[in-house]
Write a protein that binds this ligand. Structure first.
Ligand code: OAD
Length: 261
């Protein structure tokens, strides 16, 4: 079947650019996992329509009403625990291996807190906003990667007596320094960046494509709707990630095999 021209052109442009600068950065947001059944944060069916972020997802909210903050995070932990990788996650993991076989490094940066990229087989994922399945103590260095869902009591407490919390970045908190440094280094050095399923509204992740663009990277956006980034990108694939990524993988695979000696 003939691929649609936008897809073929995008794949061709990506391969040409990556031949010169062989690093592909991929930056994903909540839309990446939409087709896995995990709701996005903004938009009509977004999580922030049901809850107010300031009531449940700030450090102030966590300490003012930890039971409410935990109920909210457990709602999300339950949805995430039931979700499976979609065809988009799997295509990105395969793309990493395909590109590696041609000397191109893929660096995956995600704002998602759901582990689905790792479960699909992507390696070295840079997580900017943490991992909702991991629970940490607010006082000591206790970490639990497999904390029960739902929590046994609201709010759950550590053996040391302090409050436990999900290991996610709350609004107003700093991002993990090594992750943010690695993400900006990838943005500055990549030949191309795929920006998938993010409304590009939350900093500092929202700045990554701008940094890539300033460094003359080719920008490709995959999102069913326009975002503030759209006017800046070279190629826009206006479709769901699970639909378009397998097709993009297929196109890139065909083009790369034509280049093989
Ligand atoms: P948003 O909810 O702000 O945006 C999701 C984007 O995904 C929107 O632009 C949608 O159009 C797009 N989208 C929807 N379905 C899609 C699909 N099937 N394929 C591709 N794209 C689709 O999510 P983020 O930009 O990720 O913070 O939000 C950033 C941060 O804000 C999140 O990481 C979260 C939130 O507060 C934390 O969890 C710490």
């Amino acid at each position: 079947m003939e691929a649609e021209p936008a897809l073929r052109d995008t794949a061709l442009a990506l391969i040409e650019r990556l031949r010169d600068r062989p690093v592909l950065a991929v930056s994903t947001g909540a839309g990446m996992s939409r087709e896995s059944g995990i709701p996005t944060f903004r938009g009509e069916e977004g999580i922030w329509r049901e809850y107010r972020a300031e009531d449940v997802a700030t450090p102030q909210a966590l300490y003012a009403d930890p039971a409410l903050a935990w109920e909210f995070h457990d709602h999300l932990r339950t949805v995430v625990a039931k979700a499976d990788c979609n065809a988009g996650h799997i295509a990105l993991a395969r793309l990493e291996h395909l590109l590696a076989a041609h000397g191109i490094t893929q660096i995956l940066i995600t704002q998602n807190i759901d582990r689905l990229h790792e479960r699909a087989g992507s390696t070295g994922v840079i997580r900017l906003h943490g991992d909702i399945q991991r629970v940490v103590c607010t006082a000591c260095d206790h970490v639990d990667d497999d904390f029960p869902i739902p929590a046994p009591v609201y709010p759950p407490m550590c053996a040391c007596g302090a409050l436990l919390r999900p290991d996610v970045v709350l609004f107003g908190e700093m991002l993990p320094e090594t992750a943010i440094d690695a993400a900006f280094a990838a943005a500055a050095s990549c030949g191309a960046m795929l920006v998938i399923g993010t409304s590009v509204q939350v900093q500092p992740a929202a700045s990554l494509p701008w940094v890539a663009r300033e460094n003359e990277a080719l920008l490709v956006e995959i999102n069913p709707v326009e975002t503030p980034l759209t006017p800046l990108v070279h190629y826009s694939l206006r479709s769901g990630a699970a639909q378009v990524l397998p097709q993009l993988l297929q196109q890139m695979s065909v083009l790369l095999s034509k280049n093989d000696p």
